[in-house]
Design a binder for this molecule. Structure first.
Ligand code: ARG
Length: 604
């Protein structure tokens, strides 16, 4: 029996796992329609237009007939009388495939496609055997940079950095899943004139700076604020601070060492947050690019792009009422000089094809401007929509408090990230204890679940919104176990695991020996949704929208609930098949959690 099935699995490989399409059903259908379109109108080169539909007419729709008609209608010898006839011909010319059950032409020429239920079932089972990675979509690029998180040294990481960290990590994970090599870059603000005043202030405070231990200068943010105040009010200090910048940038040992010590201290603090969030990044801060700036600005100057304006050196850009300053009037470099240089480095040294920047929308103009400068310089094609190399700014909105204003704990202070995470965890732990879990579980299980649920809730509440909209931070809402929350989804997954556990069956054995059949309409809906995972991830990547994946996950859970309430699993005649469907749902849910940076829980 095993042998028979393994040959079947073999022949399915070529069907679902076409090299270029991955598990993307839309693309797989597109390939079939491409053949048909060529056969129907050989001298027109058109891309197949395939869309998923949720109606009574089919699972997918091909929308090429109307466009094709408008291209050919004026030509002599036309063989068709109108778009519906073109649609019929496209339908007739489809190559045979066991993917498609039936097609019908409707209205002005839409071709509705019903997928074969058997094919869907076989491909889910194949995914269970080969693993979910076999479904991964394929994007047409090899390497991307995701520049995210990127806090500033000596300043607190705030909620904006939290958003950048969460969104950037998800984008990186989705791209990695789609077989893109991702360089995860932490573009920390570790360079600039502010270090002059901070170091000078710390030297004053701790005359023997070399011996100062971490705890003494632990609260860098407070020192930063105090030094800023001195700088603004004390002319003598200001003067010293400015000279300190020169000494630091000239590489004077004492100053350089102090700077390194400060960076190291901040780094440790950032790392604690990353560790809790399960996020991994590689730091290449502003200072890394500093040595390359003169060369890059020089190249821009040679292209005739740089001109002098009020002592500064600028690039004028059409469509902007201010020029892009690349060298300040005091001769120093700025955020834009560094970003231009980092872009140059990423394109030329790191050979990245897609460079993605995750910051709040407030920085939109900065990115628009230096992207435009890079296009003027010929580093990037001027059309940014489809051709690589390309750059994208992934902007996001504000996090609001209950009062509808920017999220703050006290009237003036920004929210400390670690406090948020602590509170999320403590609240979810309290909820678990209330459910009696303290008596059932070990302390370790309780801790781990509280973290998974608490941090997962914070992440999901952020990711489920379109990133451009502002959202209100509300613990009660995000920790609710009903509605579109991580808690609801994590519990749903744990329940599926418990159904499988309680059946007493060895699921790995069933995968190989059992057969998955989608007999009930609710089983078919769930099954098709499972296979639409790959095209969802591809869409989320292409549009840089994590909320697309959240919506998919939520619908998956809803489809599962419907199936489970209408189809008996354990003890039914269809038990084996339905357990496999439960397992497939759990597998896809876990992959969604993984891509969203959420740790799954297995019991609740
Ligand atoms: N450090 C900046 C900030 O906190 C974000 C840097 C984003 N990345 C970049 N390449 N500009 O606002």
């Amino acid at each position: 029996r095993r042998l028979a099935l393994s040959t079947k699995t073999q022949s399915m490989t070529t069907m679902a796992n076409d090299e270029d399409c991955g598990g993307n059903l839309k693309r797989q259908l597109g390939k079939l329609f491409e053949v048909s379109l060529r056969a129907t109108v050989p001298d027109e080169n058109v891309e197949p237009l395939i869309a998923a539909c949720s109606g009574n007419f089919g699972d997918y729709q091909c929308n090429n007939a109307m466009g094709l008609w408008s291209k050919i209608k004026a030509k002599p010898n036309k063989t068709f009388r109108g778009p519906p006839a073109v649609g019929e011909a496209i339908k007739e010319n489809l190559p045979p495939s066991n993917m498609i059950e039936s097609c019908s032409v409707a209205g002005p020429g839409f071709i509705n496609v019903v997928l074969s239920t058997k094919w869907i079932a076989e491909n889910i089972q194949k995914m269970l055997i080969d693993g979910i990675d076999s479904l991964a979509p394929r994007l047409s690029l090899k390497r991307a940079v995701v520049d995210f998180s990127s806090p500033n040294i000596a300043k607190e990481m705030h909620v904006g950095h939290l958003r950048s960290t969460i969104i950037g990590d998800t984008l990186a994970r989705m791209l990695e899943f789609s077989k893109v090599e991702v360089l995860r870059r932490n573009h920390v603000g570790d360079w600039g004139t502010q270090f002059g005043m901070l170091i000078e202030f710390l030297f004053e405070k701790f005359p023997k700076f070399e011996d100062v231990n971490e705890s003494a200068i632990g609260d860098l943010q407070a020192f930063y604020k105090a030094s800023k105040q001195r700088f603004d009010t004390d002319a003598e200090f200001k003067d010293r601070a400015q000279r300190a910048v020169v000494r630091l940038q000239g590489g004077e040992t004492k100053y350089h060492q102090a700077w390194e010590q400060i960076c190291e201290l901040s780094r440790k603090e950032f790392d604690r947050v990353y560790q809790r969030l399960g996020v991994h990044l590689e730091e290449k801060g502003e200072s890394f690019y500093n040595p390359f700036i003169p060369e890059v600005i020089g190249a821009l100057r040679n292209k005739g792009l740089v001109e002098e304006s009020e002592g500064a050196q600028v690039i004028r850009l059409e469509g902007f009422n201010i020029p892009l300053i690349v060298v300040k009037s005091d001769g120093g470099y700025n955020y834009a000089s560094t970003d231009l240089t980092a872009l140059w480095y990423r394109l030329n040294e790191e050979k990245a094809e897609w460079i993605i920047y995750v910051t709040d929308v407030g920085q939109q103009q900065h990115f628009d401007m230096f992207f435009k400068a890079a296009k003027l310089a010929g580093w990037l094609p001027s059309d940014n929509s489809t051709i690589y190399p390309k750059v994208s700014h992934v902007g996001f909105g504000l996090v609001l408090g209950e009062d509808g204003k920017r999220f703050r704990t006290r009237a003036t202070e920004v929210v400390r990230l670690v406090d948020l995470l602590d509170e999320a965890k403590n609240r979810s732990k309290a909820a678990l204890i209330e459910r009696g879990k303290a008596a059932e579980w070990t302390e370790e299980e309780l801790e781990q679940t509280a973290e998974a649920v608490g941090y997962g809730a914070v992440k999901y509440a952020d990711l489920k919104n379109n990133r451009l909209t502002n959202y209100t931070f509300n613990f009660d809402q995000m920790l609710n176990d009903k509605g579109n929350t991580a808690v609801y989804l994590l519990y749903a997954h744990a329940r599926i695991c418990s159904i499988i556990r309680k059946s007493g069956k060895d699921i790995d054995d069933l995968k190989k020996t059992g057969e998955l059949v989608l007999g009930h309409p609710d089983e078919r809906v769930l099954g098709l949704h499972l296979l639409q995972f790959a095209e969802t991830v591809e869409e989320a990547c292409n549009n840089l929208l994590p909320n697309v994946l959240c919506e998919y996950l939520y619908n998956l859970s809803e489809n599962f609930t419907k199936f489970y309430s209408n189809c008996q699993v354990v003890g039914s005649a269809e038990e084996t098949s339905r357990l496999l469907l439960c397992e497939a749902t759990a597998v896809v849910m876990r992959k969604c959690f993984f891509l969203l940076g959420i740790v799954p829980v297995y019991k609740i």
